[in-house]
Design a protein around this ligand. Sequence first.
Ligand SMILES: Cc1cc2nc3c(=O)[nH]c(=O)nc-3n(C[C@H](O)[C@H](O)[C@H](O)COP(=O)(O)OP(=O)(O)OC[C@H]3O[C@@H](n4cnc5c(N)ncnc54)[C@H](O)[C@@H]3O)c2cc1C
Length: 440
Amino acid sequence: MSGPLPSSIEVCIVGAGPSGLACALGLAARKIPFVIVDALEAGHNSSRAVGMHASALEAIKTVHPQLADRLVSAGIQSKGFTVIDLHERLLFHLRMTELAAYTKYAFMLLIPQHTAEHHMREYILGGGNSIHWNKRVIGVKEAADGVQYELRFESGEALTARYLIAADGSKSFLRTFAGIPFIDPYTKKVAEPGKNDLSFVVADVVFASPLPANVPRDGPQVMVGAGGMVLTAPILSEDSAGASVQNDNLFRLYLGVPDTPPRAPDAPYLQAILNARGPGSHLKTQPVPQIVKVVESSRYRTRTALADRYVHRAEGGAYILLVGDAAHKHGPAGGQGMNMGICDSIELAQAIEEHRKCAVDAEKAGAHKAVQIMDAYSTRRRTVALRVLNMVDHMTEVEKGGQGWGAYLRLKFLWALFKMPFMNGIFAWQLGGLGHAKKP
Ligand SMILES: Cc1cc2nc3c(=O)[nH]c(=O)nc-3n(C[C@H](O)[C@H](O)[C@H](O)COP(=O)(O)OP(=O)(O)OC[C@H]3O[C@@H](n4cnc5c(N)ncnc54)[C@H](O)[C@@H]3O)c2cc1C
């Protein structure tokens, strides 16, 4: 039971996805009073992100080391991932283990997003905090005192807070209220739905035994070529008590698709794609893996967009602060979205802690240190997002595959690039996001 909403609080986090939960963890660790609300009836349970990188685990470790350990034990530690072409020739095998000199998380943790969220929620609730479900924000205005915002909920309540955390996803209500443009950073135009969208199918499936040898059981494999990518990633299943358990044939699939897929793709739809361009489809020495059960499936459309700024300051010194998908949006290549959101949020909790130490009156006077603290958060995290968006964009071009000489040469170039010994370290560093960590 979450109990009634307070009528006033210092920080209100809108959205209990991974970014909102990470922000709650950061604030709880600093003993900053907050509430977290979400429009959903309970945490979602659908297939979304699957990879957690060293940067997110390191960020979580700074506030809750035991939670970082628990997440690691709830997933599969993949030492790297493999990229092959349609004929199953190796383009490269990325070794995340090269990060071992910098982090104890020198792997890509394969953990479904809903499992990660489940553990984060347990830590928040275990710390005596509540998550208020069924609380859709439908209105926001500056409160009469000018130092707070007032939120209105569909359920009828109202609440005032000095800091509103917009962790409310890519269609963010709070970002829209603040009038912050959500822009394609390359074309500088507002990212319009339908334009340059990427279409994916995401599905958790059980393959028949025996599993063909060309479907790795210890890490993700991406197959690129004409038609789009086929990614297979092993995942653990959950028992009735929510504990992660080994299931040798349970896999997450990400399939790039050229057209609009069905809302919940079924086994024949998914199998047809595997038969056409999955493992075993071109190199006939191994059979194509056969789907015996679809546990969950959905379609996913995305486009690249970045908020113009992450901070909106009201006249009186109240703030709307963007994190996660409310601030940036991109394709799933490299599994960066959830990670960036977690890192945004843990950094923001630190910025709020510093900001609270500055008197409100001093901030009202204008260019005070307080304003700079929040601006620094915005500039830093936006710069990180720009770098990540750029990397994801390049990876997406490779994953899209395509036909003709352009696509062929791109794959050959990639193959040649990864023959250089230092390339693995550079790419693992970028993907793991360690270079983006805030310096103490
Ligand atoms: C199908 C799919 C596959 C994906 N695959 C990957 C992947 O492989 N790798 C990767 O890194 N990322 C992936 N992503 C993206 C990843 O899931 C997001 O980056 C991540 O969920 C962002 O977390 P968030 O907390 O910022 O936003 P969200 O997870 O979108 O959470 C926002 C929350 O805000 C709530 N909310 C919204 N509006 C309101 C309101 N007005 N009032 C109250 N609550 C509100 C919503 O109910 C929701 O719970 C995928 C996404 C999808 C949909």
